[in-house]
Design a protein around this ligand. Structure first.
Ligand code: ADP
Ligand code: ASP
Ligand code: MG
Length: 412
């Protein structure tokens, strides 16, 4: 098969939330098909369906990360897959559904957070050769023992990118309920603008710092394999946002200092006060946490005094209880936890070569009288931890300070 013209289209939950929406996305698919012929569609569960199923499972005593919960959750995507396939066929176009286990999309066996290890493309390619549209449920795979796995919330994006990579597709289009990737979450920042194009690296930082428009692993996967992503609306025609390599992005647009602002409100901070200031202590703490699959985001250690030290970490709020139970066993003076926090992150490729971004961040927050609890940075981002009540104020103020509400932003 000549793979060069394969297009992968992914539709999120809101885009297929009822039969009207399924018909609307079928229009998009048919148009693409008329032009390119080799179309693979990856689809999410109907909006809110995954949440509904999780609640059912929890109510009956299921655990979020057990085998039957994953068996339950994969049904959401399977429903959309079958309905969408029927809707396409109704238009007189050949379509064929393939679930994760039929393909198979091999995963590593970690319930609720599996990674894709391999995709067998044979059955997909056989259908594409016949110019049949293939419809695949996102978010799912099967491990070597035949157990169903899911990929973590928002994981259908990662399915779409992994399938694009395995088919060497020419582009992966992610259709969602907004026009593309915005300079800030449009739900809390009315001035947020659609970004025309950004690098994989910037998108990965935005996604991992809370811009949930793309699953972070999908961006890393796309970057590693240089598969261009396009994020666009399934509700209106628009060019969307291009996510690509640095070279391509530089050709497309002028460089700005800051690309966007992300925030996360689902984190909690734990401070471990007065642990022994000696070799091996940090290792002991972090080993026990990671053995229990507790994901740690920020780590800060203070200057030791009198043979003792303070270590602070941030984790997901829904792992707080579990983490505290583990940390209770560590020798220390006090454990303090705070789930009334938000992280706000300023991301921009321009930071690589320009200083001064931190100054603007601190100045802006100072003017708004917002106290900064913790600061962390990477080459292209600055993250501050602040009190949750200032989330919107901080995002909006920083958005304005970096002129993200203006067409040109702050140019380099
Ligand atoms: P889908 O169901 O299509 O996967 P998601 O709900 O996962 O859609 O992601 C789209 C949502 O992400 C948008 O509705 C928007 O509220 C939110 N979002 C957060 N940050 C951003 C951002 N920077 N740009 C665009 N959308 C964002
Ligand atoms: N349906 C899954 C979720 O809600 C996967 C996805 O939509 O990407 O998280
Ligand atoms: Mg999503």
């Amino acid at each position: 098969v000549d793979n060069s013209n394969i297009i992968v289209l992914k539709f999120g939950g809101t885009s297929v939330k009822d039969l009207d929406r399924i018909n609307a996305v079928t229009d998009i698919i048919v148009k693409k098909y008329q032009r390119y012929k080799k179309i693979v569609v990856v689809v999410s569960a109907m909006s809110q369906e995954t949440n509904r199923l999780i609640q059912y499972g929890l109510d009956l005593g299921g655990d979020i990360a057990d085998r039957e919960m994953d068996a339950l959750l994969t049904t959401g995507e399977q429903v959309s897959m079958a309905l969408l396939t029927m809707a396409i066929k109704k238009r007189g176009i050949k379509a064929f559904s393939l679930t994760g286990w039929q393909i198979p999309i091999q995963t590593n066996g970690v319930y609720s957070n599996a990674r894709i290890t391999n995709i067998d493309t044979q059955k997909i390619l056989a259908q594409l050769t016949e110019q049949t549209i293939v419809v695949i449920p996102g978010f799912q795979g099967v491990d070597l023992d035949g157990n169903l796995n899911t990929l973590g919330r928002g994981g259908s994006d990662t399915s779409a990118v992994a399938i694009s990579v395995s088919l060497k597709a020419r582009v992966c289009e992610i259709y969602t309920d907004v026009k593309g990737v915005y300079t800030a979450d449009p739900r809390i920042c009315q001035d947020a603008r659609k970004i025309e194009a950004l690098t994989f690296e910037e998108m990965a930082e935005l996604a991992s710092e809370g811009s949930k428009v793309l699953h972070v692993r999908s961006v890393l996967f796309a970057a590693k394999n240089n598969i261009e992503l396009r994020v666009l609306s399934s509700f209106e025609q628009n060019v969307g946002t291009v996510v690509s390599n640095e070279e391509k992005i530089n050709q497309m647009m002028e460089k700005t200092l800051v690309t966007g602002i992300a925030h996360k409100t689902d984190e909690a901070k734990i401070s471990i006060i007065g642990v022994a200031d000696k070799p091996g202590v940090a290792h002991q703490i972090f080993k026990t946490l990671s053995n229990q699959n507790i994901y740690i985001d920020i780590i800060v250690q203070n200057v030791g005094q009198n043979g003792k030290n303070d270590i602070s970490i941030t984790i997901k709020q829904n792992q707080l209880k579990q983490a505290l139970a583990i940390l209770q066993k560590i020798q220390c003076d006090q454990l303090i936890c705070n789930d009334n926090i938000t992280t706000v992150t300023v991301v921009g490729f321009g930071m690589k070569s320009h200083s001064g971004v931190a100054t603007v961040v601190f100045e802006t927050l100072a003017k708004e009288n917002i106290n900064i609890d913790t600061i962390t940075t990477s080459e292209i981002k600055i993250t501050v931890l602040i009190s949750k009540k200032y989330t919107e104020l901080a995002v909006r103020a920083l958005h304005k300070a970096f002129k993200l509400d203006q067409e040109k932003g702050m140019l380099l």
